[in-house]
Each structure stands twice: as C-alpha cells, then as structure tokens.
Design a protein. Structure first.
Length: 436
C-alpha cells in the first residue's frame, strides 16, 4: 500500500470541499488591487494564485507549511548519525502537511528507490549531445525524454475521469523525483568526468545516493546535499520556475513537460542560473586580486568597481525578502559547524560584512542582503564540486520536490487553466485617464 498516496487523497478530498465552499461564499471579496507599476513590472507582488506547500514572508523568509528552516532542521527526520534533515521528510510535509516519522521517511526513501530506473533511451538522447552542452540544456532534454513514461499522458489518452487526474499526477511526480538524481548525476559525469559513471548505492537515502553518483563521497558532502536539497525545494508559487510549472500543468500537460518548462525558466540568469554567477564572480575577484585571501578593504573596492561598471553584485538582493535569506543563514551555519577554514567560505563571509553597507549607501536598493545563491557555490567548491556550470542542475533536482508536490494539489483541487487578462498600452492609458 502507498501510505503517502492514501494520506494525500484524504487530505485533498477534505480541502477541496472546504475550498469550493469558501470560494462560492466569498466569490466577490477583493483580494488585491493591481497598480500600474505592477502591470509594467512583471506582475510583482500581485496576489493571484494558491500555493499550498510554502509561503514567503518578507521578514521571516520561506516557511514550509508554516515551519521555518531552523525549525525544520530540528524536527524533520535525519539519516542515522546525521544532523541535517532528509529531503524525503520535507516532501512528505509539503504534500500532506504533517511532519513524518522516521519510519515514514524510510518508506519514502525505499519507494523512490523502487521507482528510480531510467530508460536507456533517455541516456541515448543525452549521449547524442556534445559533451560541452550546458548541463541545464541536457537536464531539460532528459526530463522531456522521460515523458514517454508519463502515466497521466497515457491515461488521459484512454479517457481518464477528471476525478483521477490527481492520482496519475501523483504517480508521475513520484517517478520523476525518484529518477532525477540518476539523470542529473549522469549529466555531471558525462560532462566533467569523461562519461565514467557511478552505479547507484541502494542502501543510501535519496540525497546521499545523489552525492555518491556524482562521485563525491565525503560524509560531510552527503550531509550538505541533504541540507541543500531541502532548503532549495520550494519558494512559494510566484517565482519564475514554480509559476512556469503551475501554468503549464494547468493546461493538463503532464508533470514531465511541466517540470521541463520550469527548468528552462530556472536556467535564466535572473533566476536559478544566478548561483553559478556568484562563484564565477568570486573566482574573477581572486584572479584579479591575485589572492584567495583578500582583505575586506580589497573586497570592498572590488565590489565598488563592479557597481561602477554597471553590473550587480551576484547573490545579493531579492524580489521579496527584506532581511538576509534564511537559506543563506542555514548554509553559513553548516559551514561554521563542518568547515574549519576555507578561503572561499571566508570570502563569502567577508562579503556578508561588506556588501550590505555599500548597497545600502546607494539609497535605492530595497534589499541589500544576501540570498541563497550567495553561499552555496563556496560550499560546493570546498568539497570538490568546482564545475559551477552544473550548479543550477542541483537547484533543479531540489526544486522538483516543491513544484511537483504543488502539482499534485493543483490537480486534486481541480484548479482551472490559468488565463490572466492582458491590455494594450493604449488601453492602459485609457484606464489611467478614467480614474485620474
């Protein structure tokens, strides 16, 4: 019996009934009023969708089902002898709004292991590409190639009832999550290690097995992967990759196609690709300064030079947050516990001391604090994963947990095709004139 699936069905059935009654009773209540600045500014801050698994607060940061990252680090189950939360536990929480037991998390690890077999045809698709193809391009193509295994697509073509959409979506989501580390590790090894692949170790949990297949077997790196894949898992529904998955899935595209579209979005420099830009910028700094131990004064000057050249400081600023990103803080805490001394980690910490004051002095930066991307690269480099072009794939494997949990909810709750209204510029001018 699939314990998680049964529990999800019970939760979804109850919430669907409550949500329908709520929507009918409060249909005319105004939730938000859109400003011209939001229309022209990428719909920033417009409240227009339901996203169950997480909520982003400008001051507190991301909360998963109401829990902060520090709280989750304490209460989510961990690997034997480990200190970091297992991503399996977070997926369980996001899907059914319950902190799982150790037994339930162990069941989920075993279930993903059973579903993890990737078709040889997917690897053949990847092998047709030049080895220097960007890892995110390979990742998107591999996910798309797996779509032929979609249970939702097959059952829909057979005439599936709309009441069963959630069931097929759940099966696809579980299968895809199980397979992603295998595909992602294959991409890493073919791109950076001459195609010398490493077989899975079925005794390991989801994140540790991913680390193993990458070829980085330091026990502390496995702990980092557990933390990394947990804290990157979701960031409410309005971020570009999550919203893309939600939009495409609302057309009843299966989760393979929906997730592939979301990963194409994550690959953008203004979104997930930013994590590679941070360490790339730090490498450029150390090369220009001729040292991996720059002083704070040298760092401050390099930051100013970057700003004077018309560039931004990668890893700083956030569309919603107005305090340091708790995901940055979680990684900093990890480094303080696991890493005694590291030049690149120390640079990240010195940047944390230097950059906010410089940005704040400009008088036009709403959030001068570091986001999640500001720290992750230095940690990965410390453990030997220096190929920063691959970092966004790690992000993508993690993000699957949140967006696919929410895809299950979208289908279970019967959310419709997303179809906002657009205006021409002339129409906008008419509207503004009419209310002036």
């Amino acid at each position: 019996m699939d314990l998680l699936k049964k529990k999800f069905e019970e939760k979804a059935t109850a919430l669907k009934a409550e949500m329908r009654a709520f929507s009918k009773e409060n249909a005319n209540v105004i939730v938000d009023q859109v400003k011209v600045a939001q229309v022209f500014g990428g719909m920033r801050g417009v409240k227009s969708m339901i996203w169950e698994a997480s909520q982003l607060d400008a001051q507190e940061g991301i909360r998963f089902r109401g829990y902060t990252i520090p709280e989750l680090k304490e209460i989510l189950p961990k690997a034997p002898g480990g200190k970091e939360p297992l991503p399996e536990g977070l997926f369980w929480l996001m899907l059914v709004d319950e902190i799982p037991t150790q037994e339930q998390v162990n069941w989920l690890s075993d279930e993903w292991e059973k579903r993890a077999k990737v078709s040889d045809s997917v690897y053949k698709v990847l092998d047709t590409l030049p080895a220097d193809t960007h890892p995110m391009t390979q990742f998107v193509l591999a996910i798309t190639a797996m779509q032929s295994d979609s249970i939702f697509s097959q059952k829909y073509s057979e005439g599936m009832s709309k009441h069963d959409y959630w069931d097929a979506t759940y099966e696809d989501a579980m299968n895809l999550i199980a397979k992603l580390p295998h595909v992602a590790a294959y991409i890493y090894r073919r791109t950076y290690h001459n195609g010398e692949h490493i077989a899975a170790d079925e005794s390991l949990d989801w994140a540790a097995n991913f680390a193993h297949m990458l070829g980085h077997n330091d026990p502390d790196f496995k702990s980092l992967m557990r933390l990394y894949l947990t804290i990157h898992a979701d960031h409410e529904g309005g971020n570009a990759s999550a919203h893309t998955v939600h939009l495409v899935n609302s057309t009843l595209s299966d989760v393979y196609l929906s997730f592939a579209a979301g990963m194409a979005s994550l690959a953008g420099p203004l979104h997930g690709l930013a994590n590679q830009e941070v360490i790339k910028w730090i490498f450029s700094m150390t090369e220009k300064l001729g040292t991996t131990k720059p002083s704070k004064e040298q760092i401050a000057q390099y930051v100013q030079d970057t700003l004077d050249s018309g560039q931004v400081i990668p890893g700083y600023g956030h569309a919603v947050l107005r305090k340091p990103d708790p995901r940055f803080t979680a990684q900093k805490t990890f480094a303080e516990e696991y890493i005694q001394d590291d030049d690149y980690v120390n640079i990240v910490w010195n940047l944390f001391d230097v950059v906010p004051g410089i940005l704040d002095s400009l008088g036009k930066v709403k959030n001068p604090w570091p986001n999640v991307d500001a720290h992750s690269g230095a940690l990965l480099v410390h453990y030997g994963l220096k190929e920063y072009g691959y970092y966004t794939v790690l992000f993508g494997v993690s993000r699957a947990l949140g967006v696919l949990a929410n895809s299950c909810w979208s289908r279970a709750l019967g959310f419709p095709l997303e179809r906002p209204k657009s205006h021409t510029f002339e129409k906008m001018k008419e509207i503004v004139k009419s209310v002036s």
